[in-house]
Design a binder for this molecule. Sequence first.
Ligand SMILES: Cc1cc2nc3c(=O)[nH]c(=O)nc-3n(C[C@H](O)[C@H](O)[C@H](O)COP(=O)(O)OP(=O)(O)OC[C@H]3O[C@@H](n4cnc5c(N)ncnc54)[C@H](O)[C@@H]3O)c2cc1C
Length: 509
Amino acid sequence: MIHKRIKVLDKKVLIIGSGLGALSTALRLTTLGYDDITIVEKYHSPGGRLNVLRDQGFTFDMGPSFFSMSYEFDELFKTCGMENPLKFKKLDPLYSVNFAGSDRVFRIYTDLDKLEKEFEGIEPNFKAKAEKYLENAGKIFHDTEYKVVKSNFSSTPAYLMSLAQVPWKHAPRMFYSMWTDLEKTFESNEAKVIFSLVAFFLGATPFDTPAVYKLLSYTELVHDGYWNVEGGMYKITEAMVSELSKRGVKFEYGVEIKDYFSDGHRVTGFSDQHGNIHQADLIVVNADAASFRGEIFKRKAFTEEKLDKMDWTLAPFTIYLGVKGKIAGLNHHNYFLGDNFRDYSDKIFKLAVNPEKPYYYVNVSSKSNPNCAPEGCENIFILCPVPDMRFKADWSDSEQLADDIIADLSQRVGYDIAGNIITKTVLPPTEWEGRLNLYKGSGLGLAHGLNQVGAFRPKNKDEEFDNVYYVGASTTPGTGLPMVVISSRLVVERILEQEKKSKREHLPV
Ligand SMILES: Cc1cc2nc3c(=O)[nH]c(=O)nc-3n(C[C@H](O)[C@H](O)[C@H](O)COP(=O)(O)OP(=O)(O)OC[C@H]3O[C@@H](n4cnc5c(N)ncnc54)[C@H](O)[C@@H]3O)c2cc1C
Protein backbone atom coordinates (compact mmCIF):
# COMPACT_ATOMS: atom_id res chain seq x y z
CA MET A 1 0.00 0.00 0.00
CA ILE A 2 1.39 3.43 -0.98
CA HIS A 3 1.35 5.91 1.92
CA LYS A 4 -1.15 8.70 1.22
CA ARG A 5 0.01 12.20 2.04
CA ILE A 6 -1.81 13.67 5.00
CA LYS A 7 -2.15 17.27 6.10
CA VAL A 8 0.63 17.81 8.59
CA LEU A 9 0.24 20.88 10.76
CA ASP A 10 3.79 22.26 10.82
CA LYS A 11 5.01 19.41 12.97
CA LYS A 12 8.69 19.58 13.77
CA VAL A 13 10.05 16.03 13.99
CA LEU A 14 13.27 15.06 15.77
CA ILE A 15 14.76 11.60 15.23
CA ILE A 16 17.48 10.59 17.69
CA GLY A 17 19.98 8.29 15.98
CA SER A 18 20.50 7.59 12.30
CA GLY A 19 20.41 3.77 12.15
CA LEU A 20 18.34 1.87 9.62
CA GLY A 21 15.31 2.27 11.92
CA ALA A 22 15.65 6.05 11.80
CA LEU A 23 16.27 6.25 8.05
CA SER A 24 13.30 4.00 7.23
CA THR A 25 11.00 5.94 9.57
CA ALA A 26 12.11 9.26 8.10
CA LEU A 27 11.41 7.97 4.57
CA ARG A 28 7.90 6.91 5.56
CA LEU A 29 7.22 10.21 7.37
CA THR A 30 8.37 12.36 4.43
CA THR A 31 6.07 10.29 2.20
CA LEU A 32 3.19 11.11 4.53
CA GLY A 33 3.90 14.83 4.27
CA TYR A 34 6.06 15.55 7.31
CA ASP A 35 8.44 18.14 5.90
CA ASP A 36 10.40 19.37 8.91
CA ILE A 37 12.51 16.45 10.05
CA THR A 38 15.93 16.58 11.71
CA ILE A 39 18.01 13.53 12.48
CA VAL A 40 20.65 13.95 15.21
CA GLU A 41 23.37 11.34 15.48
CA LYS A 42 26.12 10.77 18.04
CA TYR A 43 28.55 9.14 15.55
CA HIS A 44 30.33 11.01 12.77
CA SER A 45 28.44 9.25 9.97
CA PRO A 46 24.91 7.88 9.38
CA GLY A 47 23.76 4.25 9.48
CA GLY A 48 24.30 3.20 13.10
CA ARG A 49 25.43 -0.42 13.00
CA LEU A 50 24.91 -0.38 9.22
CA ASN A 51 28.09 1.65 8.90
CA VAL A 52 31.37 1.61 7.05
CA LEU A 53 35.11 1.77 7.74
CA ARG A 54 37.48 2.94 5.01
CA ASP A 55 41.27 2.69 5.13
CA GLN A 56 43.98 2.77 2.43
CA GLY A 57 41.68 1.74 -0.41
CA PHE A 58 39.88 -0.93 1.63
CA THR A 59 36.17 -0.63 2.43
CA PHE A 60 34.62 -2.67 5.23
CA ASP A 61 30.98 -3.00 6.18
CA MET A 62 31.25 -2.35 9.91
CA GLY A 63 28.33 -4.53 11.05
CA PRO A 64 25.69 -6.34 8.96
CA SER A 65 27.02 -8.32 6.02
CA PHE A 66 23.83 -9.91 4.65
CA PHE A 67 20.11 -9.99 5.31
CA SER A 68 17.00 -12.10 4.93
CA MET A 69 13.43 -11.11 3.94
CA SER A 70 14.57 -8.76 1.16
CA TYR A 71 10.93 -8.05 0.33
CA GLU A 72 10.74 -5.84 3.45
CA PHE A 73 13.08 -3.38 1.71
CA ASP A 74 10.96 -3.63 -1.45
CA GLU A 75 7.86 -2.83 0.62
CA LEU A 76 9.61 0.17 2.19
CA PHE A 77 10.70 1.70 -1.11
CA LYS A 78 7.39 0.98 -2.84
CA THR A 79 5.39 2.46 0.03
CA CYS A 80 7.58 5.54 -0.14
CA GLY A 81 6.92 5.96 -3.85
CA MET A 82 10.43 5.23 -5.09
CA GLU A 83 12.26 2.62 -7.12
CA ASN A 84 14.50 0.35 -5.08
CA PRO A 85 17.84 2.17 -5.61
CA LEU A 86 19.86 -0.93 -4.58
CA LYS A 87 20.93 -4.00 -6.48
CA PHE A 88 20.35 -7.02 -4.27
CA LYS A 89 22.44 -10.13 -4.89
CA LYS A 90 21.20 -13.49 -3.66
CA LEU A 91 23.79 -15.60 -1.85
CA ASP A 92 24.33 -19.09 -3.19
CA PRO A 93 25.81 -20.86 -1.36
CA LEU A 94 24.60 -18.95 1.69
CA TYR A 95 27.86 -19.52 3.55
CA SER A 96 30.49 -22.15 4.21
CA VAL A 97 31.31 -23.82 7.50
CA ASN A 98 34.69 -25.12 8.67
CA PHE A 99 35.10 -27.30 11.74
CA ALA A 100 38.41 -27.39 13.65
CA GLY A 101 40.51 -30.47 12.98
CA SER A 102 38.80 -31.29 9.68
CA ASP A 103 39.56 -30.32 6.09
CA ARG A 104 35.96 -30.82 5.06
CA VAL A 105 34.22 -27.55 4.18
CA PHE A 106 30.41 -27.53 4.20
CA ARG A 107 28.85 -25.29 1.59
CA ILE A 108 25.31 -24.38 2.59
CA TYR A 109 23.09 -24.44 -0.50
CA THR A 110 19.37 -23.73 -0.50
CA ASP A 111 18.91 -26.53 -3.03
CA LEU A 112 18.41 -29.52 -0.72
CA ASP A 113 19.70 -32.01 -3.30
CA LYS A 114 22.98 -30.12 -3.45
CA LEU A 115 23.00 -29.66 0.32
CA GLU A 116 22.48 -33.39 0.84
CA LYS A 117 25.76 -34.05 -0.97
CA GLU A 118 27.57 -31.84 1.56
CA PHE A 119 26.43 -34.20 4.32
CA GLU A 120 27.19 -37.40 2.41
CA GLY A 121 28.62 -40.10 4.63
CA ILE A 122 27.82 -38.35 7.89
CA GLU A 123 24.04 -37.79 7.97
CA PRO A 124 21.91 -40.62 6.54
CA ASN A 125 18.61 -39.52 4.88
CA PHE A 126 19.67 -35.91 5.24
CA LYS A 127 17.21 -34.54 2.68
CA ALA A 128 14.13 -36.20 4.20
CA LYS A 129 15.12 -35.04 7.70
CA ALA A 130 15.86 -31.49 6.56
CA GLU A 131 12.59 -31.30 4.63
CA LYS A 132 10.60 -32.35 7.68
CA TYR A 133 12.44 -29.87 9.91
CA LEU A 134 11.96 -27.04 7.40
CA GLU A 135 8.31 -27.85 6.79
CA ASN A 136 7.60 -27.42 10.48
CA ALA A 137 9.77 -24.27 10.59
CA GLY A 138 7.77 -22.86 7.65
CA LYS A 139 4.49 -23.45 9.42
CA ILE A 140 5.74 -21.58 12.49
CA PHE A 141 6.94 -18.72 10.26
CA HIS A 142 3.64 -18.30 8.43
CA ASP A 143 1.50 -18.85 11.53
CA THR A 144 3.30 -16.09 13.44
CA GLU A 145 4.36 -13.63 10.73
CA TYR A 146 1.30 -11.39 10.91
CA LYS A 147 -0.23 -12.45 14.23
CA VAL A 148 2.91 -11.87 16.27
CA VAL A 149 5.74 -10.25 14.32
CA LYS A 150 4.14 -7.64 12.07
CA SER A 151 1.53 -6.22 14.45
CA ASN A 152 1.26 -3.46 17.00
CA PHE A 153 -0.45 -4.50 20.21
CA SER A 154 -2.55 -2.10 22.25
CA SER A 155 -2.01 -4.04 25.48
CA THR A 156 -0.60 -7.23 26.96
CA PRO A 157 -4.01 -8.97 26.87
CA ALA A 158 -4.35 -8.01 23.18
CA TYR A 159 -0.95 -9.57 22.54
CA LEU A 160 -1.86 -12.73 24.46
CA MET A 161 -5.11 -12.95 22.48
CA SER A 162 -3.15 -12.75 19.28
CA LEU A 163 -0.71 -15.40 20.52
CA ALA A 164 -3.69 -17.61 21.37
CA GLN A 165 -4.66 -17.58 17.69
CA VAL A 166 -1.34 -19.19 16.75
CA PRO A 167 -2.02 -22.93 16.38
CA TRP A 168 -1.39 -24.66 19.71
CA LYS A 169 0.72 -27.35 18.11
CA HIS A 170 3.62 -24.84 18.11
CA ALA A 171 3.35 -24.15 21.85
CA PRO A 172 5.72 -26.89 23.12
CA ARG A 173 8.51 -25.40 21.01
CA MET A 174 8.35 -22.25 23.12
CA PHE A 175 9.52 -24.26 26.12
CA TYR A 176 12.41 -26.31 24.82
CA SER A 177 15.52 -25.20 23.00
CA MET A 178 16.42 -25.13 19.33
CA TRP A 179 19.23 -27.56 20.14
CA THR A 180 16.78 -30.07 21.66
CA ASP A 181 14.70 -29.89 18.49
CA LEU A 182 17.80 -30.49 16.38
CA GLU A 183 18.83 -33.45 18.52
CA LYS A 184 15.47 -35.01 17.67
CA THR A 185 16.08 -34.37 13.96
CA PHE A 186 19.70 -35.08 13.06
CA GLU A 187 22.31 -37.59 14.18
CA SER A 188 25.54 -35.89 13.20
CA ASN A 189 27.06 -33.08 15.23
CA GLU A 190 27.82 -31.22 11.99
CA ALA A 191 24.18 -31.08 10.84
CA LYS A 192 22.98 -30.05 14.30
CA VAL A 193 25.59 -27.33 14.66
CA ILE A 194 25.07 -25.94 11.15
CA PHE A 195 21.28 -25.78 11.49
CA SER A 196 21.72 -24.10 14.88
CA LEU A 197 23.88 -21.23 13.62
CA VAL A 198 20.73 -19.16 12.97
CA ALA A 199 20.47 -18.71 16.76
CA PHE A 200 23.58 -16.52 16.57
CA PHE A 201 21.70 -14.19 14.18
CA LEU A 202 19.45 -13.54 17.16
CA GLY A 203 22.58 -12.88 19.19
CA ALA A 204 22.14 -16.00 21.33
CA THR A 205 23.19 -19.64 21.44
CA PRO A 206 20.94 -22.54 20.28
CA PHE A 207 20.94 -23.83 23.85
CA ASP A 208 19.13 -20.77 25.20
CA THR A 209 17.01 -20.03 22.10
CA PRO A 210 13.46 -21.46 22.07
CA ALA A 211 12.83 -24.01 19.31
CA VAL A 212 10.17 -21.77 17.69
CA TYR A 213 13.05 -19.74 16.25
CA LYS A 214 13.75 -22.62 13.90
CA LEU A 215 11.59 -20.44 11.65
CA LEU A 216 14.86 -18.66 10.83
CA SER A 217 16.11 -21.83 9.13
CA TYR A 218 13.03 -21.64 6.93
CA THR A 219 13.75 -17.99 6.07
CA GLU A 220 17.35 -18.81 5.10
CA LEU A 221 16.91 -22.13 3.30
CA VAL A 222 13.43 -21.95 1.79
CA HIS A 223 11.59 -18.66 1.95
CA ASP A 224 13.78 -15.85 0.66
CA GLY A 225 17.39 -16.81 1.42
CA TYR A 226 20.13 -14.32 2.21
CA TRP A 227 21.01 -11.22 0.26
CA ASN A 228 23.89 -8.90 -0.23
CA VAL A 229 24.04 -5.49 -1.87
CA GLU A 230 26.11 -4.82 -4.93
CA GLY A 231 28.91 -2.47 -3.87
CA GLY A 232 28.61 -3.40 -0.19
CA MET A 233 26.01 -3.14 2.53
CA TYR A 234 26.73 0.54 3.22
CA LYS A 235 25.05 1.31 -0.11
CA ILE A 236 21.75 0.87 1.81
CA THR A 237 22.61 3.74 4.16
CA GLU A 238 24.04 5.90 1.37
CA ALA A 239 20.99 5.45 -0.87
CA MET A 240 18.55 6.25 1.92
CA VAL A 241 20.48 9.30 3.16
CA SER A 242 20.70 10.61 -0.41
CA GLU A 243 16.93 10.24 -0.92
CA LEU A 244 16.17 11.81 2.48
CA SER A 245 18.44 14.75 1.74
CA LYS A 246 16.54 15.31 -1.52
CA ARG A 247 13.34 15.27 0.52
CA GLY A 248 14.70 18.00 2.79
CA VAL A 249 15.58 15.95 5.88
CA LYS A 250 18.41 17.57 7.86
CA PHE A 251 21.24 15.56 9.44
CA GLU A 252 23.42 16.65 12.36
CA TYR A 253 26.37 14.42 13.32
CA GLY A 254 28.45 14.40 16.50
CA VAL A 255 25.33 15.26 18.53
CA GLU A 256 24.62 13.07 21.54
CA ILE A 257 21.33 13.59 23.36
CA LYS A 258 21.96 13.69 27.09
CA ASP A 259 18.86 15.15 28.76
CA TYR A 260 15.27 16.23 28.12
CA PHE A 261 12.66 18.85 29.03
CA SER A 262 8.97 18.16 29.40
CA ASP A 263 5.71 19.75 30.45
CA GLY A 264 4.74 16.52 32.22
CA HIS A 265 2.78 15.04 29.28
CA ARG A 266 4.98 15.84 26.35
CA VAL A 267 8.69 16.21 25.77
CA THR A 268 9.37 19.75 24.60
CA GLY A 269 13.05 19.38 23.83
CA PHE A 270 16.37 17.66 24.45
CA SER A 271 19.84 18.92 25.28
CA ASP A 272 23.01 17.47 23.81
CA GLN A 273 26.54 17.02 25.18
CA HIS A 274 27.38 20.66 24.36
CA GLY A 275 24.28 22.02 26.09
CA ASN A 276 22.57 22.83 22.76
CA ILE A 277 18.78 22.51 22.79
CA HIS A 278 16.81 20.49 20.18
CA GLN A 279 13.10 21.25 20.20
CA ALA A 280 10.41 19.22 18.47
CA ASP A 281 6.70 18.39 18.45
CA LEU A 282 7.18 14.74 17.59
CA ILE A 283 10.15 12.62 18.65
CA VAL A 284 11.26 9.22 17.37
CA VAL A 285 14.05 7.62 19.40
CA ASN A 286 16.25 5.26 17.37
CA ALA A 287 18.75 4.89 20.23
CA ASP A 288 18.24 1.65 22.19
CA ALA A 289 14.61 1.65 23.40
CA ALA A 290 15.48 0.12 26.77
CA SER A 291 18.66 1.95 27.75
CA PHE A 292 17.38 5.34 26.46
CA ARG A 293 14.40 5.05 28.82
CA GLY A 294 16.84 4.41 31.68
CA GLU A 295 19.72 6.72 30.86
CA ILE A 296 17.82 9.74 29.51
CA PHE A 297 14.28 9.48 30.93
CA LYS A 298 15.52 7.93 34.23
CA ARG A 299 12.67 5.43 34.31
CA LYS A 300 12.56 3.15 37.34
CA ALA A 301 11.90 0.06 35.23
CA PHE A 302 15.12 0.72 33.28
CA THR A 303 17.75 1.58 35.92
CA GLU A 304 21.20 0.15 35.27
CA GLU A 305 20.49 -2.58 37.82
CA LYS A 306 17.29 -3.56 36.01
CA LEU A 307 18.85 -3.26 32.54
CA ASP A 308 21.66 -5.54 33.69
CA LYS A 309 19.14 -8.18 34.72
CA MET A 310 17.50 -8.20 31.29
CA ASP A 311 18.70 -10.65 28.65
CA TRP A 312 20.98 -9.02 26.08
CA THR A 313 22.35 -10.44 22.87
CA LEU A 314 26.01 -11.42 22.61
CA ALA A 315 28.59 -8.70 22.12
CA PRO A 316 30.63 -8.43 18.90
CA PHE A 317 34.41 -8.51 18.84
CA THR A 318 35.24 -7.37 15.32
CA ILE A 319 38.46 -7.20 13.33
CA TYR A 320 38.86 -5.47 9.94
CA LEU A 321 41.93 -6.48 7.96
CA GLY A 322 43.18 -5.17 4.65
CA VAL A 323 45.40 -8.02 3.43
CA LYS A 324 47.83 -8.32 0.53
CA GLY A 325 47.17 -11.38 -1.65
CA LYS A 326 44.17 -13.46 -2.67
CA ILE A 327 43.22 -16.20 -0.23
CA ALA A 328 41.81 -19.31 -1.91
CA GLY A 329 40.68 -20.92 1.36
CA LEU A 330 38.16 -18.16 2.06
CA ASN A 331 34.73 -17.58 0.52
CA HIS A 332 32.52 -14.50 0.84
CA HIS A 333 30.76 -15.82 4.01
CA ASN A 334 32.49 -18.35 6.25
CA TYR A 335 32.16 -19.79 9.72
CA PHE A 336 35.15 -21.19 11.58
CA LEU A 337 34.01 -23.37 14.45
CA GLY A 338 35.81 -25.38 17.12
CA ASP A 339 35.08 -28.88 18.34
CA ASN A 340 33.52 -28.13 21.76
CA PHE A 341 30.31 -26.34 20.74
CA ARG A 342 28.18 -27.12 23.80
CA ASP A 343 30.90 -26.38 26.32
CA TYR A 344 31.90 -23.21 24.45
CA SER A 345 28.32 -21.92 24.23
CA ASP A 346 27.54 -22.72 27.86
CA LYS A 347 30.62 -21.10 29.35
CA ILE A 348 32.36 -18.55 27.23
CA PHE A 349 29.69 -15.85 27.03
CA LYS A 350 29.51 -15.41 30.78
CA LEU A 351 33.23 -15.36 31.53
CA ALA A 352 35.68 -12.49 31.91
CA VAL A 353 38.44 -14.33 30.01
CA ASN A 354 39.05 -14.59 26.29
CA PRO A 355 38.21 -17.87 24.57
CA GLU A 356 41.23 -20.08 23.98
CA LYS A 357 39.81 -21.52 20.76
CA PRO A 358 37.44 -18.85 19.46
CA TYR A 359 34.48 -19.53 17.17
CA TYR A 360 34.07 -16.81 14.57
CA TYR A 361 32.49 -15.65 11.33
CA VAL A 362 34.58 -14.27 8.45
CA ASN A 363 33.27 -12.08 5.65
CA VAL A 364 35.41 -11.29 2.62
CA SER A 365 33.25 -8.99 0.54
CA SER A 366 36.10 -8.43 -1.97
CA LYS A 367 35.28 -11.97 -3.19
CA SER A 368 32.04 -10.58 -4.71
CA ASN A 369 32.66 -6.81 -4.69
CA PRO A 370 36.16 -6.23 -6.12
CA ASN A 371 35.88 -2.46 -5.49
CA CYS A 372 36.09 -3.09 -1.74
CA ALA A 373 39.84 -3.82 -1.87
CA PRO A 374 42.83 -2.73 -4.00
CA GLU A 375 43.73 -5.15 -6.80
CA GLY A 376 45.27 -8.39 -5.58
CA CYS A 377 44.09 -7.80 -2.00
CA GLU A 378 41.25 -8.97 0.27
CA ASN A 379 39.18 -7.09 2.85
CA ILE A 380 38.62 -9.47 5.75
CA PHE A 381 35.99 -8.79 8.40
CA ILE A 382 36.01 -11.13 11.39
CA LEU A 383 33.16 -11.26 13.91
CA CYS A 384 33.65 -13.25 17.08
CA PRO A 385 30.70 -13.27 19.53
CA VAL A 386 31.97 -12.58 23.06
CA PRO A 387 30.58 -11.76 26.53
CA ASP A 388 29.15 -8.26 26.90
CA MET A 389 30.60 -5.75 29.38
CA ARG A 390 28.40 -6.97 32.24
CA PHE A 391 30.54 -10.10 32.26
CA LYS A 392 33.83 -8.75 30.88
CA ALA A 393 34.27 -5.02 31.41
CA ASP A 394 37.99 -4.83 30.68
CA TRP A 395 38.96 -5.27 27.02
CA SER A 396 42.55 -4.02 27.30
CA ASP A 397 43.60 -7.49 26.09
CA SER A 398 41.86 -6.98 22.72
CA GLU A 399 45.03 -7.01 20.64
CA GLN A 400 45.95 -10.40 22.08
CA LEU A 401 42.54 -11.88 21.23
CA ALA A 402 42.72 -10.37 17.74
CA ASP A 403 46.20 -11.86 17.20
CA ASP A 404 45.00 -15.29 18.41
CA ILE A 405 42.05 -15.25 16.01
CA ILE A 406 44.23 -14.10 13.09
CA ALA A 407 46.76 -16.86 13.86
CA ASP A 408 43.99 -19.48 14.00
CA LEU A 409 42.51 -18.25 10.71
CA SER A 410 45.94 -18.19 9.02
CA GLN A 411 46.57 -21.77 10.04
CA ARG A 412 43.12 -22.96 8.94
CA VAL A 413 43.21 -21.34 5.49
CA GLY A 414 46.92 -22.00 4.94
CA TYR A 415 47.87 -18.37 4.32
CA ASP A 416 50.11 -16.05 6.37
CA ILE A 417 47.50 -13.37 7.03
CA ALA A 418 49.44 -11.72 9.88
CA GLY A 419 52.48 -11.28 7.64
CA ASN A 420 50.44 -9.59 4.88
CA ILE A 421 48.35 -7.10 6.83
CA ILE A 422 48.16 -3.63 5.27
CA THR A 423 45.49 -2.21 7.60
CA LYS A 424 44.00 -3.47 10.85
CA THR A 425 41.19 -2.15 13.07
CA VAL A 426 39.91 -3.97 16.15
CA LEU A 427 36.57 -3.10 17.78
CA PRO A 428 35.92 -4.81 21.12
CA PRO A 429 32.52 -4.38 22.88
CA THR A 430 33.79 -1.23 24.62
CA GLU A 431 34.20 0.43 21.19
CA TRP A 432 30.73 -0.65 20.07
CA GLU A 433 29.34 0.94 23.21
CA GLY A 434 31.52 4.04 22.93
CA ARG A 435 30.76 4.69 19.26
CA LEU A 436 27.05 3.82 19.01
CA ASN A 437 25.77 3.56 22.60
CA LEU A 438 25.11 -0.18 22.33
CA TYR A 439 24.22 -1.13 25.90
CA LYS A 440 27.31 -2.71 27.52
CA GLY A 441 28.44 -3.57 24.00
CA SER A 442 25.56 -5.96 23.27
CA GLY A 443 25.58 -6.30 19.47
CA LEU A 444 21.95 -6.83 18.57
CA GLY A 445 20.19 -5.18 21.53
CA LEU A 446 17.72 -6.92 23.83
CA ALA A 447 17.52 -10.69 23.40
CA HIS A 448 14.44 -12.48 22.05
CA GLY A 449 13.38 -14.84 24.83
CA LEU A 450 9.61 -15.11 25.14
CA ASN A 451 9.64 -12.68 28.09
CA GLN A 452 11.20 -9.99 25.87
CA VAL A 453 9.17 -10.14 22.65
CA GLY A 454 5.75 -8.83 21.59
CA ALA A 455 4.04 -6.90 24.37
CA PHE A 456 6.92 -7.74 26.71
CA ARG A 457 9.51 -5.87 24.63
CA PRO A 458 9.96 -2.11 25.29
CA LYS A 459 7.03 -0.53 23.44
CA ASN A 460 7.33 1.68 20.39
CA LYS A 461 5.18 4.35 22.05
CA ASP A 462 6.40 5.94 25.26
CA GLU A 463 4.51 5.10 28.44
CA GLU A 464 4.53 8.69 29.78
CA PHE A 465 5.09 11.15 26.99
CA ASP A 466 2.43 11.46 24.29
CA ASN A 467 4.82 12.65 21.60
CA VAL A 468 7.67 10.14 22.01
CA TYR A 469 8.05 6.95 19.94
CA TYR A 470 10.77 4.33 19.47
CA VAL A 471 12.08 2.47 16.45
CA GLY A 472 14.85 -0.12 16.11
CA ALA A 473 16.31 -3.34 17.38
CA SER A 474 15.29 -3.20 21.06
CA THR A 475 11.66 -2.29 20.48
CA THR A 476 9.10 -4.34 18.52
CA PRO A 477 9.41 -6.63 16.66
CA GLY A 478 13.16 -7.21 17.17
CA THR A 479 16.64 -7.13 15.76
CA GLY A 480 18.20 -7.58 12.30
CA LEU A 481 17.80 -5.41 9.22
CA PRO A 482 14.39 -6.64 7.97
CA MET A 483 12.96 -6.54 11.50
CA VAL A 484 14.10 -2.97 11.90
CA VAL A 485 12.42 -2.03 8.60
CA ILE A 486 9.23 -3.65 9.95
CA SER A 487 9.76 -1.69 13.17
CA SER A 488 9.65 1.55 11.16
CA ARG A 489 6.32 0.49 9.65
CA LEU A 490 4.89 -0.32 13.07
CA VAL A 491 6.02 2.95 14.63
CA VAL A 492 4.58 5.01 11.78
CA GLU A 493 1.28 3.18 12.22
CA ARG A 494 1.39 4.16 15.91
CA ILE A 495 2.09 7.79 15.05
CA LEU A 496 -0.83 7.87 12.63
CA GLU A 497 -3.12 6.28 15.23
CA GLN A 498 -2.18 9.01 17.70
CA GLU A 499 -2.62 11.75 15.06
CA LYS A 500 -6.13 10.50 14.32
CA LYS A 501 -6.93 10.30 18.03
CA SER A 502 -5.74 13.85 18.68
CA LYS A 503 -7.74 15.13 15.69
CA ARG A 504 -10.88 13.46 17.07
CA GLU A 505 -10.22 14.98 20.50
CA HIS A 506 -9.86 18.45 18.95
CA LEU A 507 -12.96 18.32 16.75
CA PRO A 508 -15.43 21.12 17.59
CA VAL A 509 -18.47 19.78 19.51
C1 LIG B 1 28.71 -6.71 14.25
C2 LIG B 1 27.25 -6.78 13.84
C3 LIG B 1 26.89 -7.58 12.79
C4 LIG B 1 25.55 -7.65 12.39
N1 LIG B 1 25.22 -8.42 11.30
C5 LIG B 1 23.96 -8.42 10.84
C6 LIG B 1 23.65 -9.09 9.62
O1 LIG B 1 24.53 -9.68 8.96
N2 LIG B 1 22.35 -9.04 9.17
C7 LIG B 1 21.38 -8.38 9.86
O2 LIG B 1 20.22 -8.37 9.40
N3 LIG B 1 21.66 -7.71 11.03
C8 LIG B 1 22.91 -7.72 11.52
N4 LIG B 1 23.22 -7.02 12.65
C9 LIG B 1 22.13 -6.35 13.39
C10 LIG B 1 21.74 -5.03 12.74
O3 LIG B 1 22.91 -4.28 12.51
C11 LIG B 1 20.84 -4.24 13.68
O4 LIG B 1 19.72 -5.01 14.09
C12 LIG B 1 20.32 -2.96 13.01
O5 LIG B 1 21.29 -2.33 12.22
C13 LIG B 1 19.85 -2.04 14.11
O6 LIG B 1 19.42 -0.82 13.58
P1 LIG B 1 18.79 0.28 14.52
O7 LIG B 1 18.26 1.35 13.66
O8 LIG B 1 17.86 -0.34 15.50
O9 LIG B 1 19.97 0.80 15.48
P2 LIG B 1 21.43 1.34 15.22
O10 LIG B 1 21.97 0.94 13.94
O11 LIG B 1 22.22 0.99 16.43
O12 LIG B 1 21.24 2.94 15.21
C14 LIG B 1 21.00 3.68 16.38
C15 LIG B 1 21.78 4.99 16.26
O13 LIG B 1 21.46 5.82 17.39
C16 LIG B 1 22.62 6.55 17.75
N5 LIG B 1 22.46 6.99 19.14
C17 LIG B 1 22.37 6.19 20.24
N6 LIG B 1 22.18 6.96 21.33
C18 LIG B 1 22.17 8.26 20.91
C19 LIG B 1 22.01 9.50 21.59
N7 LIG B 1 21.83 9.57 22.91
N8 LIG B 1 22.06 10.64 20.86
C20 LIG B 1 22.24 10.59 19.50
N9 LIG B 1 22.39 9.43 18.82
C21 LIG B 1 22.35 8.28 19.52
C22 LIG B 1 23.74 5.54 17.56
O14 LIG B 1 24.99 6.18 17.45
C23 LIG B 1 23.29 4.81 16.30
O15 LIG B 1 23.85 5.40 15.15
C24 LIG B 1 24.55 -6.92 13.08
C25 LIG B 1 24.93 -6.10 14.16
C26 LIG B 1 26.26 -6.03 14.54
C27 LIG B 1 26.66 -5.13 15.68
